[in-house]
Design a protein around this ligand. Sequence first.
Ligand SMILES: *Cc1c(COP(=O)(O)O)cnc(C)c1O
Length: 408
Amino acid sequence: MHNRFDFPQPDAQGYFGQYGGSFVPPQLQTIIDEITQAYLDIRQDPAFLAELTHLYQHFVGRPSPIFHARNLSAEFGAPIYLKREDLNHTGAHKINHCLGEALLAKKMGKKKVIAETGAGQHGVALATAAALVGLECDIYMGEVDIKKEHPNVVRMGILGARVIPATHGRKTLKEAVDAAFDAYLQDPVTQLYAIGSVVGPHPFPMMVRDFQSIIGMEAREQFQQMTGKLPDNLVACVGGGSNAMGLFSAFLEDTEVKMHGVEPAGRGLAQDGEHAATLTKGEPGIMHGFKSYMLKDAKGEPQEVYSVASGLDYPAVGPQHSYLKDAGRVSYGVVDDKEAIDAFFTLSRMEGIIPAIESAHALAYALKLARQGETGSLLVNLSGRGDKDIDFVVANYGAQYGVASLPK
Ligand SMILES: *Cc1c(COP(=O)(O)O)cnc(C)c1O
């Protein structure tokens, strides 16, 4: 049965080993403690679990299939399988936890869910869940991102959400986080801050992981049904780390299954600010209310980060990933912009699937493993579809791959 959240849990303070916890102002801690308690209650509640399962099936379209990519497998010399989160309603894995968070908010009697968004993917998924569940939704977004990500801004508006511009500083994701956080502090009673990945103070890394664990629970069963075995390797991209934790959770005890988290090397690891490879280049510290590996500048502020995949450019990472890295249970590697774009076209042209650029990082790494001689099976989490990326890819890389962009 799905949705029994019986994986290794953090301790009562929300620590996975030395990582996690909650570092927030005392008035906010009181509210967060209420969220923790409400969540611990509902995750035992059969009615809640039944409702979430129903929505996963009939609203999201779960279970998402596993697809044996035969053409890629033949070309690269290893059996390659894709977990098709790109086929979910709204086109990515984020809807899995947004529905959970919206249902929790509703059960707690909140009127509104709020969040920040960078490229707008989390905002759209949350606006979707809020519309369904019957909650108001405020999405904070940098003014620069609002201009850049116009289609997602329009989607949120159509879904009935309010998009509130962050107008200070560089007017991008960092400022949107500040604005959403300020708004939350002003009214933490009627609103729930719906965090967009396995990051932030406890209980969010645990809660978002639990909601995403449906990916791994399905995949474990489906893969065994298809092949009679467990996969030899799991591969997933890591921004905050939610799609990866969702896949990995169900396999943590299967010590024969190797796990690979893939971080964005952007334009290269040599230069600070040109990548977002937190686990590869960062060090433990505290940021955004939790302790984990992170990238900080000389002043100890969150470092500027960059990736061609806007869903991966975050200067920290979920605390459970930090724990799994130190424990040696998951190995973390990198893929740069060029490799990711190449995998984007490879999957499109060899299998007829256009992936999100984020997901293309995971695929690129799997292909790299195969090229380096891996012959065991590779199960890649295809976290999202690439519709959101096609204009950008064609404008910036189309000529190299023989695709003309539309005349302006
Ligand atoms: C947001 C996003 C990611 C990165 O988030 P995680 O929390 O690391 O999973 C990856 N892929 C897609 C398609 C996304 O939209």
